[in-house]
Every structure is written in C-alpha cells, then in structure tokens.
Design a protein around this ligand. Structure first.
Ligand SMILES: C[S@@+](CC[C@H](N)C(=O)[O-])C[C@H]1O[C@@H](n2cnc3c(N)ncnc32)[C@H](O)[C@@H]1O
Length: 334
C-alpha cells in the first residue's frame, strides 16, 4: 500500500538481494494530508510500525505537524492516550483507497477511547492559534535551530538570577542529549531556558515550575517551540507525568532529586549552586544505581573597562552533576 519506497518494502527486498522495479503509488501520508486539505511540506513523518511507539509519540508532543504511520496496538488510540495534557487535534485516516475509507477529526481524549480500523494514518496538529511561523517550511522539521543554542540570558525573559547561565546551559543541554523522539523534564524550570533549548533541538519537553508567573510560555513562544508547562511544586507535580528519557533538575531540594531518580530516567542532570547539596545529591544518585560525574563551572566573562581595556566579570560558580544508568538498554533509542 502507498509508496513502497517510503517506510515500505523496498529496503527489505533490496537487502535480500532481489532485483527490484518500483512502481510508486501515492503514499498514505500524502493521501491523508490531501484528504485533510492541508499542505505538508513542514511536516515530520514518523513511524510506529514495527517499533517502539515512544519516539513517534514524542515527535507529536514536540512538533506542530506530524504524520504517524501506525500498526495495530500502536495507533490513534495509543497516541491519543499519550497526548493527554498536550494541546493537539488529530486526524485519523482509516483504510485509504478502499470503499471504507474514512477521515475523522478528533481530540486525543476521544481518540484514546475509540477503536480504529487498521490500517490508518494519524496526523497530530498543534491548535490553530499557533502562529504560522511555528511550522517549519525549510524541509527540516527537526533540524538543529538556525539561531543555535546556549543563547545569552537576554534571549529570555527572566527574573534576576532565575536563569541558567549560557555557559552552564551549553553543558547541561549537551548532557541531556535532546533530539526528536525523546521526552525531557525541566524541573524547577524558572525562565524555561534549558527546556526551550532542548525543544529547539527536537525533544518533547515538560517544564515543571511552582511559580505561576514564571515566563516559560512567553519564552517558548518567542523561540517558536512547544513546551508543556506544569504549574506546581515538585515532587508532587511529577507524579502524573509520562516517563522521561532525561531530566534536568534546576530547582528543588534532595526530595525532588530522589523522586526523579525513582522514575529511572536514563539520564539525570542537576545544576547546584549550594555546595552542601552536592555530596547528598551524588550519594543519592549513586544509591539509585546511577554512574555520576560532576564538574564545577565558573565562567568569567569579558567586560569592557574604560580606555579600551578588558576585565573578567565572574559569574556564580555552579556544580553540574550528570547521572547515567549503566544499562545501555535503559537508554531508549529513537
Ligand atoms: C509500513 S507503512 C507503509 C507506508 C507506505 N509505504 C506508504 O507510502 O503509505 C504501513 C502504514 O502505512 C499506513 N497505510 C498504508 N496503507 C494505508 C491505507 N490504505 N490506509 C490507511 N493507512 C495506510 C498505515 O499507517 C500503515 O500502518
């Protein structure tokens, strides 16, 4: 069905060494967008067919326009269940090209409660309110951001010191390994700068922040990414969240780190300004089975002096801890 060279059988036939002549038809993805009357040049196309649903689900959480090729048990119902809490509408195209062909617009909640006929394709779309410039039209729906990352603090609205400094953020974001298909939590998100940069690199992100006035949504909109904001205090606010691939703990005490470790994310990164918290955090992560490494970062930035001289202006030292579960199988690979 569809184009056999697009998530189809051509690769397998070639791998078997058989001679192959491909006669393409309209892909089910193209057919679905056509039935929905939408352009799809900025869409990401992912497959849950014969593989873990998680990366496809996280693509829907991260990006505004995603088409998902499905399989029985990994289709519209399962995607709908996983999208609870994210603002999305879904289009489900069942049995394309047959007399029973049907396109249904639905919500994640309704999709989760429906039995869908196979085969079907799911479109996951951010709401209409999302500005048109959110939709990538550069043929690279999940490419690294054109404007880079580890951006200066001036790129974010923030209050006083409630932002991870650019030099620290560069290391933290690298250690979190964000990419399309992964889900990250930014706990104690503050300005949301860490989570936003992970979202710029393709990850689905949940920002947890107890201050309801924190400017996370405004910052995410400014950078054109979708970050789900959970307003509440960790650890309680973490209970109902889906399991992450990596967590950044930028705020909260040892109890927050303990609650995060209990969820067994493959990677945990913490930035600690208070020295007395470093040893308990290391011991806690090690006791939970994480291999831990840490370093202190104290960037001194160039600043101008009168007369054209330069001086160094110190930023506050921070200890960055990275905890990694040793089992490679625990690291969910998209
Ligand atoms: C292995 S992929 C094949 C994709 C195919 N090569 C194409 O270009 O459409 C299988 C998935 O494609 C989608 N699909 C293929 N044919 C379909 C059809 N007639 N109606 C709805 N979805 C279809 C479904 O999501 C199905 O699970």
């Amino acid at each position: 069905s569809g184009d056999p060279g697009f998530f189809g059988i051509v690769r397998r036939v070639r791998a078997a060494g058989l001679p192959v002549r491909v006669l393409p038809a309209v892909s089910s993805v193209a057919a679905t967008f056509a039935r929905a009357g939408l352009s799809w040049d900025g869409a990401a196309v992912v497959s849950a067919h014969g593989r873990d649903l998680g990366p496809a689900l996280n693509a829907c959480r991260a990006l505004p326009v995603v088409a998902v090729l499905t399989a029985p048990g990994a289709g519209a119902a399962e995607l709908g269940a996983g999208l609870a809490g994210w603002s999305r509408r879904l289009a489900v195209a069942e049995q394309l090209g047959t007399p029973d062909e049907r396109l249904t617009w639905t919500t994640p909640e309704q999709a989760a409660a429906t039995v869908w006929a196979d085969p079907h394709v799911v479109l996951s779309l951010a709401p209409d309110a999302v500005p048109a410039d959110r939709i990538r039209a550069d043929n690279q729906p999940a490419a690294a951001p054109a404007g880079g990352w580890a951006l200066p603090e001036s790129a974010y609205a923030h209050r006083a010191s409630m932002i991870t400094k650019a030099e620290v953020r560069a290391l933290v974001v690298a250690r979190l390994r964000p990419r399309l298909g992964r889900l990250l939590w930014d706990v104690g998100a503050g300005s949301g700068s860490v989570g936003i940069e992970c979202a710029l690199l393709g990850a689905a992100v949940i920002a947890v922040e107890r201050d309801p006035d924190a400017p996370i949504r405004a910052n995410a909109a400014r950078h054109g990414v979708d970050v789900r904001v959970v307003a509440g205090a960790a650890p309680a606010a973490l209970d109902a969240l889906p399991d992450p691939d990596a967590v950044f703990v930028g705020g909260g005490g040892t109890d927050v780190l303990a609650a995060v470790a209990a969820r067994r994310p493959p990677r945990v990164v913490a930035a600690l300004a208070a020295l007395d918290r470093v040893a308990p955090a290391v011991h806690l992560l090690r006791a939970a089975g994480y291999a831990v490494e840490g370093s202190q970062l104290a960037a001194a930035r160039l600043a101008d002096l009168p007369g054209g001289s330069l001086r160094l202006a110190a930023t506050n030292p921070v200890v960055v801890l990275t905890g990694e579960l040793p089992e490679p199988s625990a690291w969910r690979k998209p």
